[in-house]
Design a protein around this ligand. Structure first.
Ligand SMILES: *[C@@H]1O[C@H](CO)[C@@H](O)[C@H](O)[C@H]1NC(C)=O
Ligand SMILES: *[C@@H]1O[C@H](CO)[C@@H](O)[C@H](O)[C@H]1NC(C)=O
Length: 472
């Protein structure tokens, strides 16, 4: 009996130890190839020149788009009363296509985009496009410009940041701080060249963007992002903490095993046990959230498995492309938009229709929808489990902004497993997944408040590496 009990205890201990080491062990830092070549063919000598770039869509491409948009629409009338619950409502789509045909003028929009300084430079065999927004002039009473890497997501582009850039490059109320902002296009998005070889995911992008920042003379900088931008920013904070002064995210979810276990446990424990009561709505009721995610994430499964199949259709038809992308803008800005006939897009939408079409046009003219969707497949492939860094914590000062309508969020206590130094955790009053486009003012203020808090907090703790405030 006693022996049986002993044996059972030992067995149980072995099982528990196995689970602990297998699932809770902090994995080793993955080692990525330091100089891969993502371009076509064999590696060549890198051309490290930084070349000015002007957006100038050729007339043939404009004419081609005009002809395609002018084709008779072959839309299926929406089901009665369905609104956006079956996907993009074709009556609404028709309306937007009509606007695109007659009232949207690409050349004017392009001229506005060209008011920013654009560049391209070759990194690991790919031409990487970026916007470089520098403060006009540094008034004598403000600090040195602070370098910031600002990263967009899907279905976004650098266009997401047109509204927020001027708020960052000019002194904010009070602080006088100005930022020198580098907004790259993710590889395979917009004007950044797509990889010709499989395997370019988040970690690889983090390395490419670090090389970009170093090439621009910044070896320590802030990084901000949502969506894939948050994914790349998190990888930077995990793989290259020594290069970051802080990481600020506007999309995040429990990604460590501990965080996920607590997320599930929290559904069964009394309210308030694992997180602040007012944070519970972000995750619970668990089943409702899971159902919502299942309903809204079909795109994710397709893009993570067969991006090229869908890509062929979307790259052929601007109307199809718009239908696909507009649905995401509608739902991710506010989940309740599926119950509106126009998906919220036509009346009181927080993003102007012109800005939505700017983004869609970028995907169209650069023919990058397929490569943009491949990014999902690259991040999800089975082979990548070996380089997954989800369970490696980061000590980089972190700022987390939980916008009320964001799709994926987590309470501070669950994020603390990943980010060991959460400096600010905020719940802005308005905004969803496209925070930079929807609420540029709120996001800029939140980011500034975070930057103000970083050196202050470090000073309180008696200094440390992050007290070193000037990167120059
Ligand atoms: C894929 O992306 C998610 C979301 O950013 C991230 O949590 C996960 O770690 C990524 N997977 C890999 C293998 O990098
Ligand atoms: C569709 O929108 C109408 C008008 O706003 C609303 O009355 C109805 O409940 C909505 N139905 C669905 C299924 O979303």
């Amino acid at each position: 009996m006693a022996f049986g009990f002993l044996l059972a205890s030992v067995l149980a201990a072995v099982v528990v130890a196995y689970i602990l080491t297998k699932f809770f062990r902090e994995p080793e830092m993955p080692s990525l190839p330091q100089n891969p070549w993502w371009g076509e063919g064999e590696p060549q000598a890198e051309d490290t020149a930084i070349r000015p770039f002007t957006i100038n869509i050729p007339d043939e491409d404009l004419e081609d788009l005009r002809l395609r948009l002018a084709l008779p629409l072959r839309l299926t009338p929406p089901l009665e009363g369905a609104n956006f619950t079956y996907g993009t409502n074709s009556d609404t789509l028709k309306h937007i296509v009509e606007y695109w045909r007659k009232e949207y003028h690409w050349k004017e929009r392009e001229a506005k985009m060209n008011e920013l300084q654009h560049f391209k430079t070759q990194i690991e065999g790919l031409d990487i496009h970026f916007v470089h927004a520098r403060p006009q002039q540094t008034p004598s009473n403000v600090h040195e410009p602070i370098p910031l890497l600002l990263i967009h997501g899907w279905p976004g582009s650098f266009v997401e940041f047109l509204g927020i850039l001027p708020l960052l490059t000019s002194p904010g109320e009070g602080s006088g701080r100005v930022f020198e902002v580098i907004c790259p296009s993710l590889p395979g998005y917009g004007f950044s060249q797509a990889a010709a070889k499989p395997g370019l995911g988040l970690q690889e992008t983090a390395q490419i963007f670090l090389k970009l920042m170093k090439r621009l003379g910044h070896s320590r900088f802030y990084v901000q992002g949502g969506d894939w931008g948050a994914g790349v920013a998190t990888q930077l904070a995990t793989l290259y903490p020594q290069h970051l002064r802080g990481v600020h995210l506007n999309m995040f979810r429990p990604q460590t095993t501990m965080g996920k276990v607590r997320q599930v446990l929290g559904a069964f424990l009394p309210s308030g046990t694992l997180m602040a009561k007012e944070e519970e709505g972000m995750l619970y009721p668990l089943l409702e959230h899971a159902k919502w995610l299942l309903r809204e994430s079909g795109y994710f499964h397709i893009q993570a498995t067969k991006p090229d199949t869908l890509g062929a259709a979307l790259a052929q038809s601007p109307v199809g492309l718009a239908s696909y992308l507009l649905e995401k803008f509608s739902t991710w800005t506010n989940g309740a938009n599926v119950n509106k006939p126009d998906g919220g897009l036509l009346k009181g939408f927080p993003i102007a229709l012109d800005a939505l079409l700017d983004d869609i046009c970028i995907y169209w003219f650069t023919n990058s929808i397929t490569s943009s969707m491949r990014y999902y497949a690259e991040n999800m492939s089975r082979e990548r489990a070996a380089i997954d860094t989800s369970n490696i914590p980061s000590k980089v000062p972190a700022g987390l902004a939980a916008f009320p309508e964001e799709v994926l969020l987590a309470p501070r206590s669950l994020m603390a497993h990943k980010f060991h130094d959460i400096v600010t955790y905020t719940r802005p009053s308005a905004g969803g997944h496209f925070a930079a486009m929807e609420q540029p003012g709120i996001l800029a203020r939140d980011f500034r408040a975070f930057v103000e808090a970083v050196p202050f907090k470090q000073a309180e703790q008696g200094g440390g590496v992050y007290l070193d405030y000037s990167p120059y």
